[in-house]
Ligand binder design. Structure first.
Ligand code: 0GY
Length: 289
């Protein structure tokens, strides 16, 4: 792994917040293990091993029932580690793949059988080389008949330029980490208001209210990110998802305690109704219907 890589928390706390029955960790990854599933040559980082067994252990420890495993960029378009984890979990996991324009229908159907329900389009420059939008549109066309959706990862400064592209996508869209707002600017800044407006105008756009540990300038317990997550949950309670982001790739300041992250949930989804939608009803509708 990279010399400065931060390894996931070895001993997270048991959450005080009791997750509702059937809760889904809707954003997490598996890394390798590299001896079985080598990392991609084009990767921008080399992580520690964080395989499916560790993920399922954490799922059970925190009180989740299901996972949505998102293909991590360190595995490029080689989805074998993610697909293997989905198969091993049986019906308790779904996957999001990264694919190229040459993907065949048979390959997509095979992944569908394993539990894959979407593809990820990544615009974060430190993670991937740029993919032309026409290529993404071609992939969108290939996956839409399977009932899959598209997860998009971008940073706040890119949203204005991406808006017309998002409007062209023919499926449900799930935005990672609220489009990574700059929390120093505050909820009322035009950048975050643009994100809320786009969600209001496009009912096919969902958001993960995830990764306070990435967005926070203050560090734990991430007070500065609460208003952003809460604003999205309050306005769009039927279109939000939550996940741990375990094993937390590319953290540089600190490694979050996954149990403390679970305790963050009632601060951003403040009623039992919001929590039920965020953790159970929404992910079940999108991934298991
Ligand atoms: C995340 C965030 C990051 C990395 C990846 O696939 C990835 O490599 O998603 C990041 O570095 O911001 O969602 O895990």
């Amino acid at each position: 792994m990279d010399a400065d890589w931060l390894v996931f928390h070895p001993d997270p706390k048991k959450p005080d917040f009791k997750l509702p029955k059937g809760a889904v960790d809707a954003h997490c990854h598996v890394f390798g293990p590299a001896a079985q599933f080598p990392f991609a040559p084009e990767r921008k980082y080399t992580p520690c091993d964080a395989g499916k067994d560790k993920l399922f252990e954490l799922r059970d420890f925190l009180g989740f029932e299901r996972n949505v495993i998102v293909q991590a960029t360190c595995h490029g378009k080689d989805n074998r580690a993610m697909v293997d984890a989905c198969r091993a979990a049986g019906d308790m996991a779904r996957g999001i793949a990264s694919v190229g324009p040459d993907i065949t229908r048979a390959e997509l159907e095979d992944m569908h059988l394993a539990g894959v329900r979407g593809v990820r389009f990544n615009f974060v420059k430190r993670l991937v080389d740029a993919t032309p939008k026409e290529v993404f549109l071609g992939i969108a066309d290939k996956i839409k008949d399977l009932g899959w959706h598209i997860v998009v990862y971008f940073e706040a400064q890119d949203l204005a330029e991406l808006e017309p592209f998002l409007k062209q996508l023919p499926t449900t869209i799930v935005v990672d980490h609220m489009g990574r707002p700059d929390v120093a600017k505050g909820v009322n800044h035009p950048d975050f208001q643009r994100f809320l407006r786009i969600m209001a105008e496009n009912e096919n756009i969902w958001s993960k209210v995830t990764c306070p540990e990435r967005l926070s300038l203050q560090g734990p317990p991430y007070d500065d990110v609460v208003p952003f997550c809460a604003a999205v949950v309050d306005r769009f309670p039927d279109r939000v998802l939550w996940g741990t982001d375990w094993p937390h790739p590319n953290m540089t300041t600190h490694m979050p305690d996954d149990g403390a992250l679970v305790d963050y949930i009632p601060r951003i989804a403040r009623t039992p109704e919001q929590q039920q939608k965020l953790l159970v009803d929404n992910p079940m509708r999108l991934y298991w219907a």
